[in-house]
Structures are given as structure tokens and as C-alpha cells.
Design a protein around this ligand. Structure first.
Ligand code: C5P
Length: 421
């Protein structure tokens, strides 16, 4: 999930447009909010309709535009009280002096001012007006009242104005406003995840992708790992409230939202960085990387020239990253992966013991429909004996869903009471 837009599809925004030339920017704002996946419903004051038509907003938002306080048709469908309850956020952009004054005074003589009083949702205002009107004492006094009442005021920007003046009063660009809304919901979700998520507050380090072992300055040995599973697990751990560091081999994937990514190339570099992360503090270490088993004994300083029919390259064994971390005195909860083409479960159970892991997830990469480059996966998870937990079969599903199930398995093992023998 580079940025999972669908997470906002259950969030409802009322965009209230009031009278001002900046109203044209609100049309683009609807688009940008929709791009992030929000449901947008537009409310317009009379003043706004002098600048732009409701039809424009209806077409862009895909929802009926609300303009009247007592509209029999709207009251039969979504009247002002339902609308006030429906909203997760009311964004007034542009917010005119008049609307700001109405909010400050607590008037309820049109749809928007009534919504303001009737909603429990946060209210944001983005004032846009002539610089003199912005600076006017009543406007500033009203804005102070709004701030005291808990309204979030988005400061206008300085610049040349439609009226020819230069100064404060321009509405920020729609892209900026939409991003602020996105960040607000994202932070709210994050705060909940950090408090109540399955991995709340845990520090998770994940290795992912292949490693690349140089032969000479232009050639290397590597494998077909795409890193998709590791990246999906990183995203799932972050959504579960963890602080996630992803040690990524060379892959062409976007960094999941909120995840700290450190790019590495060789197995040695991946191990160095893993040890460094361990020193920084790590509760769970998840090794999904397809680490090259061998590296070239002596990397040629210059490009190897074509000569003769054969070329012998001597290889030496790479360190086992996950096993090395598992041997450390202050070891995290260790999760390994096993990709096998036969005797899948037997080999995986062997690796669990040999590498001193707490948990291992194994899959059959001989199946074309799962594993490596596929978007789907199916796995069996084994836990170390002391957890006294049954093995778990994760049915074929998207790598995102498998990642979520792995997070649940890690959580369950972490919270498993080990009975005294
Ligand atoms: O031994 P095998 O490569 O099958 O083991 C797979 C598990 O060990 C994976 O979790 C992989 O990320 C990890 N591993 C490692 N360092 C290596 C080889 C494998 O961390 N050199």
C-alpha cells in the first residue's frame, strides 16, 4: 500500500462553499478529496451560487448539492440534521467574512450556519477575502472566537488578490487543503492504531527482496524475489500500530506509507544494517528477504573481460542474517520464511529449530499461482515449541491479506502465556 486510498472511503466530508472568487478553487478541491477516496458532499451558501453553480459540484462530487435549510426534497432524503451527523469533517472553503461572523455569533438562519451548530464533527474554515477585510478588527475578533470554540482555522496565504490588492487573504491551493485533510485522518487513524493496534508501539524490522552479490563493477548474482510479501507485511505491521523499518534489497516497489525504508544491496550490508537496527531497539524481526546463499569470493575491481570458453567464479557462503540475529543476547521475536519446492512443512519445521526462530511461515514456491512474483500467497505457520500453539494454515489470499493474518499470528504468539512446565 504505497498509500491506501481505500482507507478513506468510509470518511465523509462536507465541503461548504461560501461567497468569494476562490469558490472556483473548491471545484478542484472536490476532485482532490475524491482522489484520496473521501465521500464528498457539497453545501453552498447563496453567496457561493453567485460565483459557481451547484451543478458543477454535483457532477464533481457525485452527490446532490445542498443549498437550502428547509428544502422539502432534501428533508425527505438527507435533511440538515442527518447531514450534520453524516459528516466526519466539515471544511468551509472558501469561508467568507459573513459566514465566519455567523459562526462566531451562533446564528442559524441558513443551511451552513445550522449545520455548524448541529454537528459533532470537527469544523475547519479556510478564510479567503480581501486583505483589508481579513485584517478588519471584527473579522479577527470573530476568528479568535472560532478558535476558542474549537474550530480549526487554516491561515490564508499572502499574494496578489483578484481585487488587485496585495496581502493576506488568498485561499491555499486545493492540493494543499486536500493533503491537510488526508493527513488529519491519517494521523487520527495512526493514533488509534498506536494505542489499540495488534502491534501497538512495537518496533518491527523487516528484511525484504533479493540481495545482489557483485561479481565485478557491472555484474551480479541475484534471484527473482520481488519483495512484495515483505512490503505487504511492512504495511500491515504499520497499520497495526508498529514502528516499522524495512531493510529492502533492490526492488522496484513504492515504500509503504509510514514505513522507514533503508535500501541495501548485498547480504553483508543487509546483516550490518540488521545488527544496527537491533542496537536501536527491535521487538520483532521478520526475515522475508531472499538472501543469496553465496557471494563472490573476490569481487573484480574492473569489468571482467571475455576470454576463453569458461569462466570460473569462486563463491563463499553468506552469513545467515536471521540466524545471526536470533543468536544475540537481547533477541527480538524472530520470524522467518521458508520457500520450498518439496517437503515444504518438514524443511520449514527444521529451519525453525536450526535458526532458533519463534515462528516460521512456509510456502510451496513450486506452485505457479503463489509465491515469488505472484500477488497471491498461501502459507503454513509453525511456532516454536515453547509457545504450545498449533500450526496455522493461511488459505490462499492476496499478499495483503496474508500479511494481515501473519500480524495476527505474531500478536497471538507475543501474547501467548507460556505455561510453566
Ligand atoms: O535457509 P533459507 O534461505 O531457506 O531460510 C529462509 C529464511 O532465512 C528466510 O526467513 C530468510 O529471510 C532467512 N535468511 C537470512 N539470511 C540468509 C539466508 C536466509 O536471513 N543468508
Amino acid at each position: 500500500m504505497s498509500f491506501d486510498l481505500s482507507v478513506f472511503s468510509n470518511k465523509n466530508i462536507i465541503l461548504a462553499v461560501t461567497g468569494g472568487i476562490a469558490a472556483y478553487k473548491s471545484a478542484i478541491l472536490v476532485r482532490r478529496l475524491k482522489d484520496y477516496g473521501f465521500n464528498v458532499c457539497v453545501v453552498m451558501t447563496k453567496g457561493a451560487q453567485a460565483f459557481i453553480t451547484p451543478l458543477t459540484f454535483q457532477a464533481l462530487s457525485g452527490n446532490p448539492v445542498h443549498t437550502e435549510l428547509l428544502d422539502p426534497e432534501a428533508e425527505a432524503g438527507m435533511g440538515h440534521i442527518e447531514l450534520a451527523r453524516w459528516a466526519d469533517l466539515i471544511l468551509v472553503a472558501p469561508a467568507s467574512c459573513d459566514t465566519i461572523a455567523k459562526f462566531a455569533a451562533g446564528l442559524a438562519d441558513d443551511l451552513l450556519s445550522t449545520l455548524y451548530l448541529a454537528t459533532k464533527a470537527p469544523v475547519w474554515v479556510a478564510p479567503a477575502m480581501n486583505q483589508q477585510m481579513w485584517a478588519a478588527k471584527p473579522t479577527q475578533r470573530n476568528l479568535n472566537t472560532l478558535v476558542e470554540d474549537g474550530v480549526h482555522v487554516i491561515m490564508p496565504e499572502a499574494g496578489s488578490q483578484a481585487c488587485g490588492d496585495v496581502g493576506l487573504g488568498r485561499m491555499p491551493e486545493p492540493e494543499d487543503l486536500a493533503e491537510q485533510v488526508k493527513n488529519y485522518f491519517h494521523q487520527a487513524q495512526r493514533a488509534i492504531a498506536e494505542k489499540f493496534g495488534l502491534l501497538a508501539g512495537k518496533r518491527v524490522v523487516i528484511t525484504a527482496g533479493p540481495t545482489r552479490e557483485a561479481i565485478d563493477p557491472v555484474r551480479y548474482i541475484s534471484n527473482h524475489s520481488t519483495g512484495k510479501m515483505g512490503f505487504a507485511i511492512a504495511a500491515a505491521c504499520y497499520s497495526a500500530g508498529a514502528k516499522v523499518t524495512l531493510l529492502a534489497g533492490p526492488v522496484s516497489l513504492d515504500t509503504p506509507n509510514g514505513v522507514r525504508r533503508i535500501n541495501v544491496s548485498s547480504a553483508i550490508k543487509m546483516l550490518d544494517e540488521s545488527m544496527h537496527q537491533l542496537e536501536e531497539g527491535c521487538d520483532v524481526f521478520i526475515a522475508t528477504a531472499a538472501v543469496a546463499d553465496y557471494r563472490v569470493a573476490e569481487v573484480a575491481e574492473h569489468k571482467i573481460k571475455k576470454a576463453g570458453d569458461e569462466l570460473n567464479v569462486s563463491l563463499v557462503k553468506n552469513p545467515d542474517i536471521v540466524a545471526t540475529i536470533a543468536q544475540q543476547s537481547k533477541r527480538p521475536f524472530m520470524v522467518g520464511f521458508a520457500a520450498e519446492t518439496r517437503n515444504v512443512e518438514e524443511y520449514a519445521a527444521g529451519k525453525l529449530v536450526a535458526k532458533k526462530l519463534d515462528m516460521i511461515a512456509c510456502n510451496d514456491v513450486s506452485r505457479a499461482d503463489i509465491g515469488f512474483a505472484s500477488d497471491q500467497n498461501a502459507m503454513t505457520v509453525f511456532f516454536a515449541e515453547q509457545y504450545q500453539m498449533e500450526k496455522r494454515d493461511l488459505e490462499k489470499a492476496s499478499k495483503q491479506e496474508i500479511a494481515q493474518q501473519l500480524v495476527e499470528a505474531i500478536h497471538d504468539a507475543l501474547h501467548h502465556e507460556i505455561e510453566p512446565i
